[in-house]
Design a protein around this ligand. Structure first.
Ligand code: PLP
Length: 356
């Protein structure tokens, strides 16, 4: 089924205000957005309209009961300026996984991908051509039915916004291993990309920052010893010559960068194991000089190197001698910009459809 998406173009483009070499983080939006309504059990009225405010009733259920989920992904351009999406169907699947957990309707993958393609096509001039830069895409769904009472909403909005993002020159980050607050417990919502997970992480992250750390390293909810993930990233360690990453145990987000990095590391001949990892194991490995590298993975940064982990007043040092992650990050960027073969078939080309 192909969706008929109506398009209303902006009369006042902001493109001339955009400086690709100096893009303020998270506050610049393209000229248009994609919107679709869920009404009477189906998605209706898919449309692209000028970016702007959305009238919202104060009783909109997302504001009170938190049915709100989102995705984060990127569009890039190849050397001829053709836009491409990275693993778009995986993001659609993950949004629907989150929707199931939160009692929200699924969005057809084709509508999700068509909406992305048409928005990216229309706003293609907003995609930064600079290496490491991208057009960040934020698909999200929330309950906009005005109703006071605890039940699944019957009316939702699905929206896609786009925001150009400059290259991320990530410094090595310091993590605070959190033992008081938790992010996710078995049976909870940790494996969904639900807005409430992020709300609950804000205060612990502020406290970690006040102690001089960049991000929280989340531990399991019961024993506070098994590593889960970091802020908005999954985590990898290299012990001796082998990579390990926490298994998807129901508390960890199934990161698209995580699964791409696993595939690229294996392709490069490394052994990668998904399993339970305790913070004490990492402390021991560091003490014994075999903790060779540690990094976070996520759409926003790609790979962010970890310098140290604060644990109970001690500091776990991570060495950084010949990091493989740098090379993997480069390969990921090269796939996203068409510089190397897309042998895993991750990229979706955005054809020029619209007539100017
Ligand atoms: C909690 C959390 N974990 C991990 C990730 C990394 O996921 P991805 O690689 O799909 O961006 C993200 C970012 O989306 C996140 O918010």
């Amino acid at each position: 089924m192909s969706y008929n998406i109506s398009i209303q173009k902006t009369e006042t483009s902001n493109l001339d205000k955009l400086d690709f070499n100096n893009i303020p983080l998270g506050t610049t939006f393209t000229d248009h957005m994609f919107i679709c309504d869920y009404d009477n059990g189906e998605w209706v009225n898919p449309r692209i309209i000028p970016m702007g405010m959305i009238p919202t009733h104060p009783a909109a259920m997302a504001l009170h009961y938190g049915q709100a989920i989102f995705e984060g992904m990127k569009a890039t351009v190849d050397s001829d300026g053709n836009p491409m999406l990275f693993r778009a169907e995986d993001n659609a699947n993950r949004l629907n996984f989150s929707a199931d957990r939160m009692g929200m309707p699924n969005i057809p993958t084709e509508l999700f991908v068509d909406g992305l393609k048409q928005l990216v096509d229309l706003d293609r001039q907003w995609i930064p051509p600079i290496d490491g830069s991208a057009l960040y895409l934020r698909p999200f769904m929330y309950a906009d039915e005005p109703f006071i009472g605890m039940r699944a909403a019957t009316h939702y909005k699905f929206i896609i916004m786009a925001s150009p993002a400059g290259p991320f020159f990530s410094k090595r980050i310091k993590l605070w291993a959190e033992k008081k607050f938790i992010r996710a417990a078995q049976g909870g919502t940790g494996e969904a990309k639900a807005a409430g997970n992020y709300a609950a992480a804000i205060r612990p992250t502020e406290l970690a920052k006040a102690k001089g750390y960049d991000q929280v390293l989340w531990l399991d909810a019961v024993e506070h010893k098994y590593i889960q993930e970091v802020g908005t990233m999954n985590i990898f360690f290299k012990i001796d010559d082998k990579f390990i990453t926490p298994e998807l145990d129901g508390c960890v987000l199934d990161g698209i960068t995580r699964k791409s990095v696993i595939a690229l590391l294996k392709d490069r001949g490394f052994e990668v194991t998904e399993r339970k990892i305790t913070i004490d194991e990492i402390k021991e490995a560091s003490k014994n000089g075999i903790l060779k590298e540690a990094f976070g993975t996520g759409t926003a940064v790609g790979i962010a190197y970890i310098q140290e982990i604060g644990l109970d007043g001690e500091s776990i040092h991570v060495s950084h001698d010949s990091p493989v992650g740098i090379e993997i990050n480069q390969r990921l960027n090269d796939i996203k910009t068409g510089k190397v073969e897309d042998k895993f078939d991750w990229m979706t080309k955005v054809a020029k459809q619209l007539v100017d």
